[in-house]
Design a protein around this ligand. Structure first.
Ligand SMILES: Cc1cc2nc3c(=O)[nH]c(=O)nc-3n(C[C@H](O)[C@H](O)[C@H](O)COP(=O)(O)OP(=O)(O)OC[C@H]3O[C@@H](n4cnc5c(N)ncnc54)[C@H](O)[C@@H]3O)c2cc1C
Length: 501
């Protein structure tokens, strides 16, 4: 079989490239096709003693024996799945761009090769593809296909303390009947296996490209600097596909693995592969907003509120604070109860405070400089997290600065309810970095998305990000994939023009 452009992976990265690519292409995907509602049925019948595990792992097990994801170490909570459409099946849909500070930052060894402004038109296209529903106050200048309803109630409630707060945009699966609303999302939760299929998945991105399912690319075979063949594994035995150029979009760990197994050209800086893993670390905090009545259940969608007043950068670590829209945990309620008020017979006042509690979820950057890294030896992937553990103490400074910001705004922190998860583990399923792009000394992929030392291997997905900061990655995965497709289109245009001349 020979194909002009082979795309490996049918997740958001691979499919977004395919959606904008001209000419002859093929997607190979190791996961089998499946029906999301059947998976939901299977989940309903499962042993759910460990509900999280059932939802995120067991429900998405592949029927193919070769589709077993790598087990991350105990101090990395991130997971991924190997079914058709990849992690887009169980992502949460929270969609915001990387910050301008991160994209434009001249950070020493990890600068992006293009500016926020250059990426902007691709962000707009990505947000249309993802069918973003946004708060009218979303500051990212979006042109939302649909508006999140009920956001005014939250602005009204939080505005006294956090005038910049807005509901984080969501990628919603708008139906033909409801192309202007906020999609099918009813805020039922379980976004990892949505009972309504309400969030956008990669399979909702329209492509004219054929997808071959149940085919795992084991490695690429190079002749000199050119990859010429993908050596694949299927249930029916090995198979090989020859191509003119290839896009590796198999996501963090698996993109790396197939490159590690390939006879890469000597000029590819193989020693840099797997370095600078980024993801996010997390802390949960809580606070009381005196005098505020939190409007629980007033927005008809699963979402979080971004609080710019409690976000920023501290000690070189970017952080984003999200307010959860669900009722607070027991520890926060216990911490908020003012016993002195109760003892002074102001029970009503003490109970009223209970409706002013806000739970916060802080996403903390894992800076690329900490050099968390993956390596591959004797068929096994390992992760070195020493750099993380040496530096995680610096997050304490971030948390203290958030508390100071709260107090300066008149917000009362509930310190007894805090959970510094980052002290034990990192990871929010964002497998970022390890194949960094750019002009910096640590880059393995150049500014044209080409794996250095090769003439025809491109990389798509979050593994490219030289620095992610504290934002979720997927809108940027889609935007950069569209940018890559445009580069490939102009590349294939060149020879045609020359031949015609
Ligand atoms: C629980 C969870 C919640 C999340 N929530 C959010 C969120 O709210 N917001 C956000 O921005 N991001 C979120 N993410 C991250 C988001 O899901 C990913 O950024 C995104 O799906 C990555 O897309 P991708 O195409 O790069 O990778 P994937 O979706 O993993 O797709 C890669 C595809 O390649 C296939 N593949 C792998 N290896 C091979 C091979 N060797 N040969 C052939 N095919 C191969 C896989 O089967 C898969 O289909 C979340 C992730 C998880 C797990």
């Amino acid at each position: 079989m020979f194909i002009d452009t082979l795309i490996i992976g049918n997740g958001f990265a691979g499919r977004s490239v395919a959606s904008a690519l001209q000419g002859d292409s093929l997607i190979v995907e190791r996961g089998e096709k499946f029906n999301i509602f059947e998976r939901r049925q299977r989940f309903m019948q499962m042993d759910k003693t460990n509900r999280h595990y059932a939802l995120i792992r067991s429900s998405y097990e592949s029927k193919h024996a070769f589709n077993i994801p790598e087990q991350m170490p105990k101090d990395c909570a991130s997971e991924y799945i190997l079914v058709d459409g990849g992690c887009s099946n169980h992502w949460g849909g929270l969609s915001f761009r990387l910050s301008q500070a991160v994209l434009d930052g001249e950070s020493t060894d990890f600068p992006w090769p293009f500016s926020y402004k250059t990426l902007l038109p691709f962000y707009s296209r990505a947000e249309t593809l993802l069918r973003i529903s946004a708060d009218p106050r979303d500051p990212e200048g979006r042109n939302p296909r649909a508006e999140i309803k009920g956001s005014d109630k939250w602005h009204g409630a939080l505005g006294k303390y956090f005038p910049g707060a807005y509901i984080g945009a969501q990628a919603h699966n708008l139906s033909a009947d409801n192309s202007q609303g906020q999609g099918q999302c009813l805020g039922a939760g379980d976004c990892e296996l949505c009972p309504m299929d309400a969030k956008t998945r990669s399979l909702h991105v329209q492509v004219n490209t054929q997808v071959l399912n149940g085919m795992m690319v084991d490695r690429l075979r190079f002749e000199g600097d050119k990859a010429v063949e993908a050596i694949c594994v299927t249930e029916d035995g090995p198979l090989s596909i020859r191509f003119n150029r290839v896009v590796v979009a198999a996501h963090g760990v698996e993109s790396l693995k197939l490159l590690w197994k390939s006879n890469l050209p000597a000029a590819t800086p193989s020693e840099l592969l797997g370095h600078h893993y980024q993801d996010h670390a997390v802390a949960e905090l809580a606070c009381v907003l005196p005098g505020v009545n939190i409007p629980f259940l007033q927005v008809n969608t699963a979402a979080q509120i971004v609080i710019p007043e409690l976000s920023g950068e501290h000690d070189g670590i970017e952080y984003t604070t999200l307010a959860l829209m669900t009722p607070p945990k027991e520890a926060a309620r216990a911490g908020a109860l003012d016993i002195e008020k109760v003892n002074a017979w102001d029970v009503e006042g003490a109970l009223k405070d209970m409706s002013s509690i806000r739970s916060l979820y802080v996403l903390l950057e894992i800076p690329p400089e900490w050099d968390v890294s993956l390596s591959y030896s004797a068929g096994k992937v390992s992760m070195d997290t020493a750099g993380y553990h040496q530096s995680k103490i610096r997050y304490n400074g971030v948390i203290e600065s958030i508390y100071q910001k709260m107090e300066a705004l008149g917000v009362r922190p509930i310190r007894s309810a805090e959970q510094r998860h980052y002290m034990n583990a990192m990871g929010t399923h964002h497998l970022i970095g390890m194949l960094s792009m750019g002009n910096g000394p640590r880059a393995v992929v150049d500014a044209d998305f080409k794996l250095k030392g090769t003439s025809n291997v491109r990389v798509a997905g979050s593994s490219l990000f030289p620095r992610c900061g504290s934002r979720n990655p997927t809108v940027t995965v889609v935007a950069t994939s569209l940018m890559l497709a445009e580069k490939l289109n102009s590349e294939s245009g060149e020879p045609l023009i020359k031949r015609a001349g």
